[in-house]
Write a protein that binds this ligand. Structure first.
Ligand code: MN
Ligand code: MN
Length: 468
């Protein structure tokens, strides 16, 4: 039997040891109620914004109601002005002009609004065995086998030959049909199950079933495909060639749900990273009065494919926007960036007790223990990370502690066991102090991801405290 601790030992432990508790033990009943209420708005956002384009629309609609107006780089702005910049309908920047000289730096929140999914190829439609299908090319890091036998909805745009845009959203309304990638029955899957896991279902097998009824005519070929094209022509006035200039994304058709008897968790598609997008957006929208420093919140595209492209954060659109803001105040953009601070808002892996071996328990994040601060990401010897400085960690930590934020630190996996990155390094590379903050997630990148309502709320509170 262990010896009883003396009061001196107890006292010293109390003084010297780190204490991390479950948020449910620390939060008051009233605060848990506020968290639950906040998550109702979050679930609504998840259902409305399943793609980057829909997230931009939803964010702008929320922002306009809160007095944000479209940014005009020829205008002068004053403290308290609220503006947004829509970058090609796929990423958006919101800003609130602060009281201080902008050369003291701006406070940046950066989250991404793209999520793993199945994109349609440019020539998607075909018929085989009297059934019609869409060919897909997956987007982002997925376990391909997870995307079979799951009801899918189709979202996106088609640009017709005459330049007209057709918005597509099928599979979300209860009356809508859905689509699906079929999988092999276990009875005949003996050979399939011997394949290595990444190939249990291959990329070229991710074909979406979209119909099976032929156009009534006995003599012609491809009658099922013809029937589908005819339905699409009647509904959208599109012809097959119009798929060439389309961006159509297949995403899980189900809605965000409470998970657990206690309803403590949110289950939904695309929480990476709309959980940090929504919390960053609402922290910006809900900011009371005029902040001392200018706030710049960017919801970006293309994080899941490496942030390249003109709507991703390796492009210059954020830098150009900050330069424009600086010029509007008669200041130098370089000086603004060099003095700026950023919370790169992205999710981290939550500890999953069914798979305990991949995370190191002293340093990983736990679901329900608050928002997660991640000093570095990357893989191997911290390759591909910006690794925030101790000084900046100290700065952020003191803000959180002053504002009663329940927070923890995280690490994406045991050393040398994989890893990953976020947009943090692309912002840090602009000479901005940057660190990752976000919600721990279970089943990340799966069609149905899990977060804790308390963690979602604490992340919102953390962003609010950082920018106020
Ligand atoms: Mn992410
Ligand atoms: Mn991701």
């Amino acid at each position: 039997m262990p010896k009883k601790e003396t009061s001196k030992v107890k006292e010293l432990k109390e003084q010297l040891f780190m204490k991390k508790k479950n948020s449910g033990l620390i939060m008051s009943d009233a605060e848990i109620k506020s968290a639950d209420k906040f998550n109702e708005g979050y679930k609504k956002f998840l259902d409305e914004a399943k793609t980057e384009r829909e997230a931009v629309k939803a964010a702008i609609s929320i922002a306009e109601k809160a007095g944000f107006a479209e940014f005009d780089n020829s205008k002068k702005y004053k403290a308290g002005d609220r503006v947004y910049l829509n970058n090609r309908g796929k990423s958006v920047i919101l800003a609130i002009i602060g009281k201080e000289n902008i050369e003291n730096g701006v406070n940046i929140l950066a989250a991404h609004i793209d999520s793993p999914r199945l994109d349609l190829k440019q020539n998607p439609l075909y018929e085989d065995a009297d059934m019609a299908y869409f060919k897909t090319h997956y987007y982002g890091g997925i376990k391909k086998y997870q995307w079979t036998a799951v009801p899918l909805a189709l979202h996106g745009v088609i640009i017709k030959k005459n330049g007209e845009t057709v918005d597509v959203k099928i599979g979300e309304d209860d009356k809508d049909p859905v689509f699906v990638v079929t999988d092999l029955l276990p009875h005949l899957a003996e050979e399939q199950m011997k394949r290595p896991a990444p190939k249990i279902v291959t990329g070229e097998e991710l074909n979406i079933l979209i119909g099976s009824r032929p156009f009534k005519d006995d003599d012609a070929s491809e009658l099922v495909k013809l029937n589908i094209m005819n339905i699409l022509f009647e509904k959208y006035e599109i012809v097959e060639e119009d798929f060439l200039s389309a961006e159509l994304e297949a995403v899980p058709a189900f809605k965000a749900k409470d998970v657990g008897f206690d309803r403590s968790l949110v289950g939904a598609y695309g929480q990476d990273d709309r959980v940090c997008s929504y919390t960053a957006l609402m922290a910006t929208i809900d900011l009371k009065g005029v902040p001392s420093k200018t706030v710049v919140t960017v919801l970006t595209d293309k994080e899941e494919t490496g942030s390249d492209g003109n709507t991703g954060l390796r492009s210059s659109y954020l830098k150009f926007f900050i330069y424009d803001l600086a010029e509007a105040c008669g200041k130098n953009g370089r000086h603004v960036l060099s003095a700026s601070k950023c919370l790169s808002a992205d999710v981290n892996a939550g500890f999953d007790p069914s798979f305990p071996d991949v995370l190191e328990k002293k340093n990983c994040a736990f679901v329900g223990k608050g928002t997660c601060l991640t000093k570095f990401t990357g893989s191997r010897g911290k390759s591909g990370t910006s690794d925030a400085s101790a000084e900046f960690v100290g700065y952020v930590r003191s803000i959180f502690d002053k504002n009663n934020i329940i927070w923890q630190t995280g690490e994406l996996g045991k050393v040398d066991l994989g890893g990953g990155g976020t947009v943090a390094m692309y912002i840090a590379n602009l000479n901005v102090d940057t660190i990752d903050l976000g919600v721990p997630v279970l089943s990340m990148h799966a069609p149905f991801e899990i977060t804790s309502k308390n963690d979602v709320y604490m992340t919102y509170k953390a962003f609010s405290a950082f920018i106020k």
